[in-house]
Ligand binder design. Structure first.
Ligand SMILES: Cc1cc2nc3c(=O)[nH]c(=O)nc-3n(C[C@H](O)[C@H](O)[C@H](O)COP(=O)(O)OP(=O)(O)OC[C@H]3O[C@@H](n4cnc5c(N)ncnc54)[C@H](O)[C@@H]3O)c2cc1C
Length: 186
């Protein structure tokens, strides 16, 4: 797939299988229903929650460095109250995300992770990541739209991370079903 705005180093392709027959020896064993696919998605969703933490942390660290180097009115912009307010908001989000995925991995390690755990972490971390990269780009001012400052890459990548491995809507429905006992899937 060409002309992607995000995750440009990742190779993506559309694979179409028409009248395809696979011999038993080549068939992926133990993959018999969507339930088996869901087992994989539970693990990969947890991984994407971690990706969101990495994207958010990269954006936060880049923005923090920039605010200490960029001078306006003779001072680094990091010395202004409203700039510090944004940095602290970002750090609070990042800390909450890191704490959540750390706990998620503990559940994974001891075999107690469920679909709704992974979905909740994916929803929460990708939403907070979007907010962090938004604030980070804001702190770059006009330079934030220039590719050479690198922050745009985090903004773009955040959009892919937000949408793949189940969108916010679908992951929310998984958590919603678990907490209410009602399936709202259509
Ligand atoms: C970089 C990248 C890599 C990917 N890699 C893979 C991969 O390896 N394997 C793979 O299978 N897929 C992959 N995908 C596809 C990805 O999983 C889908 O893009 C994603 O699940 C959303 O599906 P869609 O694009 O068809 O959106 P749509 O289903 O068209 O949804 C569009 C919007 O409508 C909402 N929506 C749709 N249906 C409902 C509903 N019933 N209720 C409420 N809201 C709804 C969605 O949440 C979304 O906001 C990848 C995508 C990207 C961007």
């Amino acid at each position: 797939m060409e002309d992607k705005m995000a995750l440009r180093t990742v190779q993506n392709a559309i694979i179409t299988l028409t009248d395809c027959r696979v011999s038993e020896a080549d068939r992926l064993q133990n993959a018999n229903s969507f339930k088996d696919t869901a087992n994989v998605l539970r693990m990969t969703r947890a991984g994407v929650a971690w990706q969101a933490v990495g994207c958010g942390r990269g954006a936060y660290e880049l923005a923090l460095k920039y605010t200490m180097e960029r001078k306006q009115f003779g001072r680094p912009i990091a010395s202004f109250q409203l700039v510090q307010d944004l940095l602290v908001t970002m750090l609070g989000d990042l800390t909450a995300m890191q704490t959540m995925v750390y706990r998620l991995s503990e559940l994974q390690d001891n075999g107690n992770i469920t679909d709704e755990h992974a979905s909740l972490a994916k929803v929460f971390c990708t939403l907070r990541m979007r907010s962090i990269v938004d604030h980070a780009r804001e702190l770059f001012g006009g330079n934030g739209i220039l590719l050479e400052y690198d922050i745009a890459r985090f903004v773009a990548d955040a959009e892919a991370i937000y949408s793949y491995e189940g969108t916010k809507e679908i992951n929310s429905l998984i958590v919603g079903r678990a907490i209410t006992g009602e399936s709202a899937f259509v």
